[in-house]
Design a protein around this ligand. Structure first.
Ligand code: SF4
Length: 419
């Protein structure tokens, strides 16, 4: 019997040969490393050769659930993606909530370890304890919202997927892994690793039960904790505003980076325009990840003006990266940047911070209007921030050519003391 809480199944996928091998890690591995980040570190530490190219065939990519993921616990919804980061050349991990993590467990698997590079675009289907690789030619070039809709059409409304968008396919070092149309395993450029393997998505279908060691005790424990959570001010706050509620306060206290890390709170006195009540004013619907009583998420929509958008509510970090870092108090532009990133599979933190870096270069005369193809990258220019973000997402123009792999690569490309 598998260690309680786990499915006892990890699938190895060699994308070069298309060979799939299902294995049961020893109890010792589960008990020592539990899941997620821990078990990912275990596999990469033991199996990844030193010095490999993160975007090359010897690079390993792991997608792992946690030991509590998918169980009747509280907020038990996360999964972790691990690989050598192509951005930093060292350990890379990123995790995401939503519904994909539990779906992987309910499909009968604790995780997947990919190696090699596929000749053609593929996706991995995990269904009722079985794993298959299927062609993804028709999905290549498509965004995360399209993939989500296709997966539900093909496999039913309960099917869930994590995927890359066009940014990951192009191996942009800003690329992330997206699930549920806008929950992101954002950091470390791991969408580029997935793209390098021509792996478009992992689709999970199934309703396998997860065995618990002490189900009644866990039920009681969760009921007690939930009762306390309902009374906690922080939970009430996050339920009402999400992390977006933190923006103005964190900016005023100097906790949030401002003006490409060089500013102070007085440089951005209008932070309230991209925080708490202002964000809630464009929230159309609340959203909670799987079995999360905090329910900090939402869907935001802008229908008026020249920057319409509809996506997941921007997090504090997104509001910081495209807002305080760029001295941009135009919430409509930030929501649209968030939508562009969610759809094309870009990490909003790295993308917004790279845009802030480009703005500082422009303001200091290191970049000119000629360099940017006519874009006026000035502090707080919401329209230009949207346009350059779109270029990064599409891999076109100045944004795609210069900024598409983050601030460090951009500084190297720009030269002239940009670093
Ligand atoms: S709803 Fe918010 S608090 Fe709950 S798991 Fe998702 S991101 Fe975390």
């Amino acid at each position: 019997m598998a260690v309680p809480g786990t499915m006892g199944r990890i699938v190895r996928v060699d994308l070069a040969t298309q060979k799939l091998t299902v294995e049961t890690p020893s109890d010792d591995v589960y008990l020592k490393y539990l899941g997620g980040y821990g078990i990912g570190a275990h596999y990469l530490y033991n199996e990844q050769k030193p010095g490999v190219d993160p975007l090359g065939p010897e690079s390993l990519l792991g997608v792992f659930t946690g030991v509590l993921t998918g169980t009747p616990g509280i907020s038990t919804n996360r999964y972790t993606v691990v690989a050598k980061s192509p951005k930093t050349g060292t350990w890379g991990d990123a995790n995401s909530g939503g519904e994909f993590g539990p779906a992987m467990k309910h499909a009968g698997f604790d995780g997947v370890l990919f190696s090699g590079i596929s000749d053609k675009p593929v996706y991995l289907l995990l269904k009722d304890g079985k794993a298959r690789l299927l062609p993804a030619d028709d999905w290549w070039g498509k965004d995360s919202v399209y993939i989500d809709a296709q997966v539900k059409e093909l496999y039913g409304s309960k099917a869930r997927a994590c995927c890359i968008g066009p940014a990951g396919e192009r191996m942009s070092l800003l690329a992330c892994v997206i699930n549920d149309r806008g929950r992101a395993a954002g950091r470390s450029g791991l969408g580029a690793v997935m793209g390098s393997k021509r792996l478009k998505a992992i689709v999970c279908v199934g309703d396998a039960e997860i065995t618990m060691a002490l189900p009644e005790a866990m039920k009681q424990y969760c009921a007690d904790v939930k009762k306390k959570m309902r009374q906690a001010d922080l939970v009430k706050f996050l339920n009402q505003y999400g992390t977006a509620g933190l923006t103005a306060g964190a900016c005023a206290s100097g906790d949030t980076p401002i003006k490409n890390w060089a500013g102070a709170p007085e440089d951005f006195p209008t932070a309230a325009k991209i925080s708490d009540e202002a964000v809630i004013a464009i929230q159309k619907k609340k959203y909670a990840c799987w079995r999360c009583p905090i329910g900090c998420g939402g869907e935001t929509e802008v229908t008026t003006g020249d920057m319409p958008s509809h996506t997941h509510k921007p997090e504090y970090e997104t509001l910081g990266a495209f807002g305080t870092m760029c001295l941009n108090d135009c919430l409509e532009s930030i929501n649209l940047c968030n939508q562009i990133c969610n759809e094309s599979g870009l990490d909003t933190i790295s993308t917004g911070c790279t845009v802030a870096f480009a703005i500082e270069c422009y303001e200091r005369g290191i970049l000119t209007k000629e360099d940017t193809g006519g874009l006026e990258l000035t502090w707080g220019n919401g329209k230009a921030i949207v346009e350059v973000t779109r270029q990064i997402a599409e891999g076109t123009g100045f944004g795609g050519r210069v900024l598409g792999d983050g601030a460090k690569r951009a500084a190297e490309r720009i030269g002239k003391g940009a670093a």
